[in-house]
Structure formats: structure tokens, C-alpha cells
Write a new protein. Structure first.
Length: 207
């Protein structure tokens, strides 16, 4: 059951990452918000399934990865759900909507970066908890670990005011596209891992 759940979760996260990439190319904010909203739920499922496989002496590290993933999901859900409800429907006065609107350098932008920074920390801890055997799983482990670089990068950006409020330019969009190109293989390798594990479980039952 855990492997099938992990397969579904990682495939869902992969699809959401690809949809996010499409949304960035087409400048479709609604698609971006919804795909990232669901992505956070799918990533938690993936993290839980991977953490379940951690050996006993790494369960604490894996558990921390899950807990931090939940905080990431909470922060980004707050951002994206606000955009597709209050902001999209204009159910607040103009000043409140200005504060809640997602744009570079805004309060929502800062929360979003903090969320994805924590996601990076979560992937690092989940990767640290893995003891891979197959070649593909070794690559997955290192991709998860290297994804941890987003933790300090994303957390420090708002602190250093790298993207001030109202700043223009496409640098942020290109950076997000690059993230999609990196993260999609992570979820693809996760799906491959769970598919192989699920098949192995079925073979053992037959024997």
C-alpha cells in the first residue's frame, strides 16, 4: 500500500510540476496557483512514503523531513488559496487586496519563498534518510540532497531584498522554469522507485 501510495503521490507531483511549467510559459497565473497548491499535497505524500523506508537509525531525520514538508505546504497553501479566492474574487477592499496580491517583493511573495525554502530543507532531510541500493535511487538521493540548496537561497532572498516590491523583469520566471526542469526528474525518479518497489512486493507475495 505504501509503495502504491508513493507512486500515485510522486506521479501527481510530477504532473503538477509540468503544469506549473506550462503556466509559466503561458503566463497563466490561475494554472500556476492551482498546480502548486496540489503539488504541495502530492509532495507530502511522496515524502511520507520515502520516509517510511528509512532505516531505524534515520527515522528521526525522515520524520523531520515530513514535519517540515507540512510547514512548506501550509505556507504555500496560504499564499495560493488566497490568490484563487480573496484576490481573484475581489472580496476585500482595495488596500487589503494590494497587500494580499502575489507580486515580487510582496508579503505573499516572501511567504512563498519561505515555503519553498523549507521544501528544500525537507528534500535534503528525506534524501539524508535514504539508503539507496539501485543506481536510479542513488541519483534520486543526490538530487534530493542538492535540492536542499534552495533552503538558504529562498530564505535569504526576501531578507536581502533581492526582488523589491513591484520590481519588473523575467528573472524570477526563468528561475522558476529552471526549478521545474530540476524538480520534475526528482519526482520521475521517485515514481520509478515506488513502481519498482511495488512490483518487488507483488513478486514476493506470489513466491
Amino acid at each position: 500500500m505504501n509503495h502504491k501510495f508513493g507512486l500515485i503521490a510522486s506521479l501527481s507531483a510530477l504532473i503538477c510540476t509540468l503544469l506549473f511549467f506550462v503556466g509559466l510559459i503561458t503566463w497563466n497565473d490561475s494554472l500556476n496557483y492551482w498546480s502548486c497548491l496540489v503539488l504541495s499535497w502530492a509532495y507530502i505524500g511522496t515524502a511520507c512514503a520515502l520516509a517510511q523506508e528509512a532505516p531505524a537509525d534515520r527515522k528521526g531525520v525522515a520524520g523531520a523531513g515530513i514535519a517540515i514538508a507540512a510547514v512548506y505546504s501550509l505556507l504555500t497553501n496560504l499564499v495560493y488559496y488566497t490568490q484563487v479566492t480573496t484576490v481573484a474574487q475581489g472580496t476585500a477592499n482595495a488596500e487589503v487586496l494590494r497587500v494580499l496580491r502575489f507580486q515580487q517583493g510582496s508579503w505573499m511573495f516572501g511567504l512563498d519563498l519561505l515555503g519553498y525554502g523549507l521544501m528544500g530543507l525537507s528534500t535534503f532531510l528525506i534524501g539524508l534518510s535514504m539508503v539507496p541500493a539501485a543506481a536510479g535511487d542513488k541519483i534520486l538521493k543526490w538530487l534530493l540532497l542538492l535540492h536542499g540548496i534552495f533552503f538558504p537561497a529562498c530564505v535569504l532572498m526576501p531578507v536581502l531584498d533581492i526582488f523589491p516590491e513591484g520590481s519588473g523583469g523575467n528573472a524570477g520566471v526563468y528561475a522558476l522554469m529552471g526549478w521545474c526542469v530540476y524538480f520534475a526528474p526528482v519526482m520521475a525518479l521517485s515514481a520509478r522507485h515506488f513502481r519498482r518497489q511495488s512490483r518487488g512486493s507483488m513478486d514476493r507475495k506470489i513466491v
